[in-house]
Design a protein around this ligand. Structure first.
Ligand SMILES: C[S@@+](CC[C@H](N)C(=O)[O-])C[C@H]1O[C@@H](n2cnc3c(N)ncnc32)[C@H](O)[C@@H]1O
Ligand SMILES: [Mg+2]
Length: 222
């Protein structure tokens, strides 16, 4: 099956089930205009995150890796009126674009973008005594994925859900000899999760508008 066919099927699904409104279209346009890389989740993946967070009844969401806030908007729209989303982003420039996109989507009251290395922001959240989060979306520097999963656990409650994006690495996730930090980090994350007493998880491969990739979905059991 060709990439052209994956794209066409994705477009069919998206046209029927995931109509993007003005705020989402504007978020993509503003991110492109600012020169951000086109590495946000696809619309149907954004809607998947939205539906997962809704199904979870999430009132507190933590995202690691904001970019222009496209996935943040989908997640933020799953929150109740008094819900809270914190998104962590290394780049001040990306964060500025995301904040404008979130404001346009009417989510600036619920969603906060914190700038800096996510490991520092996570430690700050802990020292502030933040309440546990119900839903985590991990989509930043893949080398740190094992640390991000450990942090998600620290900031979770039993029943919290963790989604990790881009776990296939073009198939290189199979390569135990890889020195690519993203592959090493992803493999280490799988090892940590596979034996973790507080996590149950699955992962699946995807094809579509973002090519060949995949997601990990985990639930905190205790
Ligand atoms: C794949 S993009 C996020 C895409 C976004 N979740 C979406 O789907 O719309 C990854 C983002 O993580 C940020 N990032 C990379 N390393 C980081 C770090 N150490 N701490 C926080 N953010 C980081 C990058 O600047 C980039 O904006
Ligand atoms: Mg991603």
């Amino acid at each position: 099956m060709s990439e052209q066919q994956w794209n066409a099927v994705d477009a069919y699904f998206t046209d029927l089930l995931v109509p993007e409104d003005d705020a989402l279209k504007a978020a993509v346009a503003a991110s492109d205009a600012a020169g951000l890389p086109q590495i946000a989740v696809a619309p149907n993946q954004g809607k998947l995150l939205h539906l997962l967070a809704l199904t979870q009844g999430a009132t507190r969401i933590l995202e690691i890796g904001t970019l222009g806030g496209y996935s943040t908007i989908w997640l933020g729209r799953a929150l109740p009126a008094d819900g809270r989303l914190v998104s962590l982003e290394y780049s001040a420039e990306h964060a500025d674009v995301a904040r404008a996109n979130l404001a346009r989507a009417g989510l600036d009251k619920n969603a906060e973008v914190r700038v800096g290395p996510a490991l520092d922001s996570l430690a700050a959240l802990e020292s502030e005594g933040t309440a546990p989060f119900d839903f985590f979306f991990i989509d930043a520097d893949k080398a740190n994925n094992p640390h991000y999963v450990e942090w998600a656990l620290k900031l979770s409650r039993p029943g919290s859900v963790i989604v990790v994006d881009n776990v296939v690495r073009g198939g290189s996730v199979l390569d135990a000899t890889s020195e690519d930090p993203a592959v090493v980090g992803t493999r280490r994350m799988f090892e940590v999760i596979s034996t973790h007493p507080r996590l149950t998880a699955t992962a699946f491969q995807t094809v579509g508008a973002r090519g060949y990739d995949g997601l990990l979905l985990a639930r905190v059991t205790g």
